[in-house]
Design a protein around this ligand. Structure first.
Ligand SMILES: Nc1ncnc2c1ncn2[C@@H]1O[C@H](COP(=O)(O)OP(=O)(O)OP(=O)(O)O)[C@@H](O)[C@H]1O
Ligand SMILES: [Mg+2]
Length: 343
């Protein structure tokens, strides 16, 4: 549905040229929810704006729904853009227009008749749960309701693709959940392809099928959300995932352990295990078979894309050779084992 080939974007900044994107290749399939995550300044907004050419790439090719956007002239591009809806962090609503009139705007611009606009908008307001508020003005709405107006407006021209640039970053956690649920519902009902830009792993985890990690204008990792979460390769991905899974060791605790258990040969490990292994009595098997003392400091069972996933932070004590043998056995059984006290 979306194909980006070698996208490069330069800006002329105050201190000389900035390379915001350095050769992005990306394919997004019809009907999927694709997440792009990265730290501030990674190039996320630039990248998503290159998909509908709100930002024209310095180099490379953009194809959306079978059309090469980078090869179109202005008029052709305006038509092609009707296939691509977009929602924004700060909603971008017109304060002088009612809910209905905001949603109607793209249809008015496209020259639809009043009666057609009416028939198209009523079901959209229904879909986003705003039918009762159609005559209200943006100032009379909550953040979540404003984003619902943004979503309805983006869907008004029946796009094939919906681009979301930090669509939930200005919302509280509960409202975020309801907007993410709405996006998922729209994806399933309308078969819409959705691209989500975010700096929050939580959003990726709750919503996306696949994810790409952007760092300094490059994609450093991509894959199914489940495998990226359970087997992150790149340091940036690992850090962001650790934030969500709460696996960081508090510095005070690490200090205390360093002076006691770790000084006596104990080690800290992170175990991660997926669906099949979460049922097995792993810790007791390791402890019994290899004569190790295993103390669980932190543990969590979660679900990603409907599949259970567990992670544990453990303190292990016992002879080094027995520990080695234990980890070999664990890895052979599909359990991910990482040292957590050395980096
Ligand atoms: N119009 C512009 N002119 C000059 N430099 C720009 C412009 N827009 C973005 N940049 C630079 O390009 C880089 C990528 O910016 P971008 O806004 O795409 O990042 P981002 O990942 O969306 O960040 P954030 O999470 O803070 O929104 C940054 O170094 C930024 O300073
Ligand atoms: Mg941004």
């Amino acid at each position: 549905m979306i194909q980006l080939d070698n996208i490069v974007k330069h800006y002329s900044g105050a201190q000389g040229p900035v390379e915001a994107l350095s050769g992005i290749d990306l394919g997004i399939k019809p009907g999927e929810i694709f997440g792009i995550i990265g730290r501030s300044g990674a190039g996320k907004s630039t990248l998503i704006r290159c998909i509908n050419l709100l930002e024209r790439p310095t180099g490379g090719r953009v194809r959306v729904a079978g059309r090469e956007l980078t090869a179109l002239d202005k008029t052709e591009l305006r038509t092609a853009r009707q296939e691509i809806g977009m929602i924004f962090q700060h909603f971008n609503l017109l304060s002088s227009r009612t809910v209905f009139a905001n949603v109607a705007l793209p249809l008015e611009v496209a020259g639809l008749a009043r009666a057609d606009i009416e028939t198209r908008i009523a079901p959209l307001l229904d879909l986003v749960g705003l039918s009762e508020h159609r005559e209200r003005y943006p100032t009379q709405l909550s953040g979540g309701q404003k984003q619902r107006v943004g979503i309805a407006r983006a869907l008004a021209s029946h796009p094939k693709v919906l681009l979301c640039d930090e669509a939930t970053s200005a919302l509280d956690p509960e409202t975020t959940r309801s907007i993410l649920a709405l996006l998922k519902d729209i994806n399933q009902r309308l078969g819409l392809t959705i691209v989500v830009i975010t700096h929050e792993m939580q959003v990726i985890k709750a919503l996306c099928d696949r994810v790409a990690v952007l760092d300094s204008g490059r994609i450093v990792e991509q894959g199914e959300v489940f495998s990226v979460f359970t087997q992150p390769e790149h340091p940036v991905t690992r850090t962001m995932i650790r934030d969500v899974l709460g696996q960081d060791i508090p510095p005070g605790l690490l200090e205390r352990l360093s002076q006691s258990h770790l000084a006596r040969g104990g080690r800290l490990f992170r175990f991660s295990l997926t669906s099949e292994e979460t049922d097995a009595p792993l810790i007791s098997q390791l402890s019994r078979n290899y004569h190790l003392d295993i103390n669980i400091l932190h543990g969590q069972i979660d679900e990603i894309q409907g599949r259970p996933y567990g992670s544990f932070l453990v303190l292990v004590e016992g002879a080094a050779e027995r520990q080695e043998a234990a980890w070999t056995w664990a890895r052979q059984n599909g359990i991910r084992v990482e040292r957590a006290d050395v980096h």
